[in-house]
Design a protein around this ligand. Sequence first.
Ligand code: SF4
Length: 339
Amino acid sequence: MSRSFAIRLLRWYDRHGRHDLPWQHPRTPYRVWLSEVMLQQTQVAAVIPYFERFVARFPDLATLAAASEDDVLQMWAGLGYYARGRNLLKAARAIVAEHGGEFPRTFEQVAALPGIGRSTAGAILAQAFGQRHAILDGNARRVLSRYSASADDARLWELSEQLLPRARLVDYTQALMDLGANVCVPREPRCQTCPVSGDCKAFATGRQHEFPKRRVKPARPLRQASMLLIENRHGQILLERRPSPGIWGGLWCLPMFESNDAWRNYCRDELRIKVSAPRELPVLRHAFTHFELDIQPVRMKTTGTTKGAWFAPAALAKLGLPSPVKKILFSAPRREELR
Ligand code: SF4
């Protein structure tokens, strides 16, 4: 069965797979690694522009390893799941320190890098070096779960190993991902055009929608926060670096509070400044994986001086900023409010 699965999949890939993804040309270990990390929680179409900007700024591993966390997070801003960007930098530095700057070639070494799990390690080694490793990312899991009518992860890993061909691992790995992305899609799988429909158990029994088992997502609670847009008499804005780990860890953020009382106390007791009549700007809703956040921006001015990180407007664009903070700082109506 395994040989025939791979043969059919590769034949389909040659005609219908994705052959022009930016990380395939050239397909260096660095570019493959970067793409796999970006693709962990994000779809290909959304990743492509980020990937291109990132490699334009950090064309190789040595350049990335020498970068500051600020620079990396700035390039990552908007892609979300910022731990991926921080781990990427940590991993680049570890590769320089421990592997002389050469991307490691064994599964153990790659899986030991920050931010790389079993499937990502397998995908990188298969695609960068043609090594024979199984994957079980979201796309592969869906295909194999339906193909075998099984939702058991251990069984699916076993199957993923069994189906591996002896050659063309680079293409096979991409083919499995492409089949999941373009044919065996979550809602309406296109089984009539699927190269492995002949022995797909879910297709044979009409149970495609039962696999993989959906994890029931609990409703996301809604939380509230205030963000302070404080402008001093030089036109500078006060920002704080978010603690890491934590949401937006390592990014620059407007001072953020859970209640109105908290920010009033902060201005009075910590900043020790007097602020002019605060004005509430329109609320922004931002979705995180486990909750949603309603952000109430509050704009104010101060003539006082205080410690803290104050940035001139021209410097803001060079910082790694969470997307709602960018919206507050750069959206035209809100900038107008500052004048
Ligand atoms: Fe998925 Fe349908 Fe192909 Fe089975 S036949 S692997 S359900 S697309």
